[in-house]
Design a protein around this ligand. Structure first.
Ligand code: NAD
Length: 435
């Protein structure tokens, strides 16, 4: 108990890390920011140790019967990083790139993200190393159900609540909900979020992350005394987060000058018509054939002359190699971890306001929380109520992080970690250490 309560000591300074490692290893990149924030908060050494360690790491074998009759065994993970503030919350990804370090980092991010927006959840994440593009629908169903049953001890509305992530969707959440419910012998909708509306999903969930990005960008512009009208926006990634962010920013009067997907981007300095681009992509499956635009690469998009840059695709796209070329005044991190720890320093020196991922894209988990609340209450809200409550949380959270940044003269990223770590630490102190 004693080393977790008041001590007045700084958290220990960690040894210098290898540059490559801190940029490339997601857990190290997360820890670099965590350490900075923890030292500024003067986190006591015992609590520092507790918050650096994932609470639970589960590794499971996931055998499935392939359609050709052969058995294949995949490896799956579920990491519960911290549950002091409530049930763990975090997505499940199916991808060849899944590693335990990545899952740990993502679980930690979920912990800080839920704390930044002050919703009563801890953080978790899961993944299976597989290539879903080579699997049939039936194989995917068998794998999803077998993975869910392999981690069933951790799952539950009061303990660990998954959601979709890379290569998983509402269909898979329905299978997990069904598998869990079959084991429990009754229907438990609140065990997952991101479900189809018909079985307990929330209105507004699909747009929530992009809506959150728009709301925090609007607040950042207000804080900088810049008008929304005419603000030029470039968006990397035109999937769920990128396309909805672009659409809602345009509705607020901003001008979206460029968007991209994995094939590359399109640019028109006078502004794109976002609903038209969305329609074009849906019909033609490519941005490249969109008329009256300049075709650009994803690297060129990052360096465009614009006011707001929204990286909404992948991790680690803004690095020490390209950060100095960024001209935007505001970066709104729609994706998780788009900026490497070393790029942070370059962006700060350039005076760019970075709205960090754990704040910028927290709209998604906020409406997932609303979904869980609605499932548990058995009473569903209209979309206007969802959006109003989301707006209140995003605006309040932005202001709390901005106030922390001003008070300590730190970046919004470090301030967001400070707000989050402080909230998790306070609960640990109140609960005391069962050690
Ligand atoms: P998505 O699959 O709907 O869209 C991803 C987009 O990125 C697609 O347009 C794809 O073409 C593009 N892309 C892929 N590889 C690319 C590359 N190499 N260069 C440029 N673009 C590339 O995914 P999403 O749900 O929009 O998620 C995007 C990011 O936002 C991820 O980092 C995800 O973890 C994060 N995020 C999503 C949510 C959510 O609610 N969907 C919530 C929080 C964070």
């Amino acid at each position: 108990m004693s080393n977790v309560t008041a001590s007045g000591h700084h958290a220990p300074i960690r040894p210098e890390r290898d540059t490559f490692l801190a940029d490339e290893n997601p857990f190290e990149a997360m820890m670099a920011r965590f350490d900075d924030a923890a030292q500024r908060l003067k986190l006591e050494p015992g609590l520092y140790k507790v918050l650096r360690s994932p609470e639970k790491q589960i590794i499971v074998s996931v055998p499935i019967l392939r359609d050709n009759g052969e058995v294949e065994v995949y490896t799956g993970y579920r990491v519960l990083y911290n549950t002091a503030r409530g049930p763990a919350k975090g997505g499940i990804r199916f991808d060849m790139g899944v590693t335990l370090d990545e899952v740990k980092a993502l679980a930690a991010w979920m912990t800080w993200k839920c704390a930044v927006v002050n919703i009563p959840f801890g953080g978790s994440k899961g993944g299976v190393i597989c290539d879903p593009s080579t699997m049939s629908n039936a194989e995917l169903e068998r794998m999803t159900r077998r993975y869910a049953s392999a981690i069933i001890e951790t799952l539950g509305p009061d303990s660990d609540v998954p959601a979709p992530d890379v290569n998983t969707n509402e269909r898979m959440m329905a299978w997990i909900m069904d598998t869990y419910s079959m084991h429990k012998r009754h229907t438990v909708t609140a065990v997952v979020t991101g479900k189809p509306i018909e079985m307990g999903g929330s209105l507004g969930r699909r747009e929530a992350t992009g809506r959150g990005c728009m709301l925090v960008t609007r607040e950042a512009l207000k804080k900088m005394g810049r008008p929304l009208k005419g603000t030029r926006v470039a968006v990397q990634g035109f999937g769920n987060v990128g396309s909805i962010s672009a659409l809602l920013m345009e509705r607020e009067g901003m001008t979206v000058v460029a968007v991209s997907d994995k094939e590359g981007g399109i640019y028109n300095p006078k502004g794109l018509n976002v609903p038209d681009v969305i329609q074009h992509l849906q019909a033609r499956k490519t941005l490249k054939t969109y008329p009256n635009v300049e075709i650009i690469t994803n690297e060129q998009l990052l360096a465009l002359d614009c006011d707001v840059l929204v990286p909404a695709a992948l991790e680690n796209v803004i690095t020490q190699e390209n950060a100095s070329r960024i001209k935007a005044k505001i970066i709104c991190e729609g994706a998780n971890g788009p900026t490497s720890a070393h790029a942070d320093k370059i962006l700060a020196e350039k005076g760019i306001l970075v709205i960090p991922d754990i704040l910028a894209n927290a709209g998604g988990v906020t409406v997932s929380y609303f979904e869980w609340v609605q499932d548990r209450g058995g009473y569903f809200w209209d979309e206007e109520t969802v959006n109003q409550r989301l707006e209140k949380i995003m605006v309040t959270s932005f202001q709390e992080v901005a106030a922390m940044a001003d008070r300590h003269s730190v970046t919004m990223r470090i301030a967001a970690y400070m707000v989050a770590i402080d909230r998790v630490a306070k609960v640990h102190r109140l609960r005391g250490m069962y050690a």
